[in-house]
Design a protein around this ligand. Structure first.
Ligand SMILES: Cc1cc2nc3c(=O)[nH]c(=O)nc-3n(C[C@H](O)[C@H](O)[C@H](O)COP(=O)(O)OP(=O)(O)OC[C@H]3O[C@@H](n4cnc5c(N)ncnc54)[C@H](O)[C@@H]3O)c2cc1C
Length: 323
């Protein structure tokens, strides 16, 4: 084992040598990178807690390109199957392992520590995704995926000619509202404090006669039978409670990137704790570490985008390893 060398891709049949690549995360980003790594014969350790991704709760994903409709569960199963079918001796899959630390030694080699083991590698792709912040009110858990959703681009068309609300008051909430106005009968933006989006965006969205914004409220309850039928909120100033009849609730109150294990400063994070990447290559601030998917500061968070960005990263990693 030559820890100093990064000049040649390791012999994929040599089980004892240093890995060329460690991929962290079994969502769409991690799996896409894993599939490409297998095909390019990059000796890889693939570490993930599981093969579930954020959209597993969705019954009906309609924007996974090439597939008219698929459930989140089936999408996750297909991703796992694809990686395992190609893994062979090239991709060493470590499931049910949580990465807890990454360090870089003076030779430029990374040591990845998990709750079960340690792995040495020349390069790292971080694809550990994020966890969307959820509304925590009565009925919210029950109607998750039954009218409560997190992606206007993905699910907007399902709410054509229906009344919907967007929860949140930042730019993503207003951008979602703007997209939904193309389909929905009405879009109400509900925000617990003042609106935080850019004034120009707020003005543009609220100038649409189908849109309205209500700020300074407390959300109380999601109502429904099999699917969402309304949302109850209270005006913080007057205390008045209102039940708004709606079929869709789009939650846009942010996400927490899964980056606990790199808070040692090994890569630069932005103020939302997203990993800052160069969008041309997905390189992070640390030489030898790339990142893709929802844990990055990429603007749009979707399955297809996570996959595309991870493949871009993998191409760049391959080029870097061959140097
Ligand atoms: C409810 C919901 C519905 C959605 N619906 C759609 C949709 O219809 N269409 C669409 O395009 N997008 C949708 N999205 C967005 C989409 O799910 C995400 O953009 C996508 O999952 C991001 O993929 P990812 O690989 O970056 O991360 P994730 O899917 O978040 O996967 C991260 C992976 O990393 C693993 N992991 C995390 N931390 C660690 C660690 N420390 N050690 C080891 N492993 C770790 C996790 O177990 C997981 O396997 C939806 C999101 C939500 C929340």
């Amino acid at each position: 084992m030559n820890l100093k060398s990064k000049s040649n891709i390791s012999d994929p049949n040599d089980k004892h040598s240093l890995y060329d690549l460690a991929i962290i995360g079994g969502g769409p980003a991690g799996v896409a990178a894993g599939v490409y790594a297998a095909r390019k014969k990059i000796k890889t350790v693939f570490i993930t807690e599981n093969f579930r991704n954020q959209s597993v709760v969705s019954d009906n994903i309609q924007n996974w390109i090439g597939t008219v409709s698929i459930s989140g569960e089936d999408l996750a199963k297909n991703l796992e199957k694809h990686l395992k079918a190609l893994a062979g001796d090239i991709i060493d899959i470590k499931e049910k392992e949580t990465v807890i630390n990454i360090t870089k030694n003076s030779d430029g080699i990374f040591t990845i520590t998990t709750d079960k083991s340690t792995y040495n590698t020349k390069t790292v792709l971080i694809a550990s995704g994020s966890i969307r912040r959820k509304i925590k009110i009565k009925g919210a858990e029950e109607f998750e995926g039954k009218g409560i959703t997190y992606c206007a681009t993905c699910d907007g068309p399902m709410f054509t000619d229906m009344d919907v609300v967007v929860i949140g008051g930042g730019n993503s909430a207003f951008e979602s509202a703007s997209q939904l106005l193309a389909y929905a009968k009405s879009v109400t933006i509900l925000q617990r404090s003042d609106f935080k989006a850019d004034p120009i965006t707020i003005k543009k969205v609220l100038s649409n006669p189908k849109a309205r914004g209500i700020s300074n409220i407390d959300l109380l309850e999601v109502k429904g039978d099999k699917f969402v039928s309304g949302i109850v909120y209270k005006d913080k100033d007057t205390g008045k409670e209102t039940e708004l009849p709606v079929s869709g609730i789009f939650v846009e109150i942010g996400a927490n990137p899964s980056v606990e294990y790199i808070k040692n400063g090994i890569v630069e994070l932005d103020d939302k704790e997203q990993i800052i990447v160069d969008p041309k290559t997905q390189k992070t601030s640390c030489v030898g570490i790339w990142s893709a998917g929802d844990c990055t500061d990429g603007l749009y968070k979707q399955n297809n985008i996570a996959v595309g960005d991870a493949i871009k990263a993998l191409e760049d990693i391959f080029k870097w390893l061959k140097k």
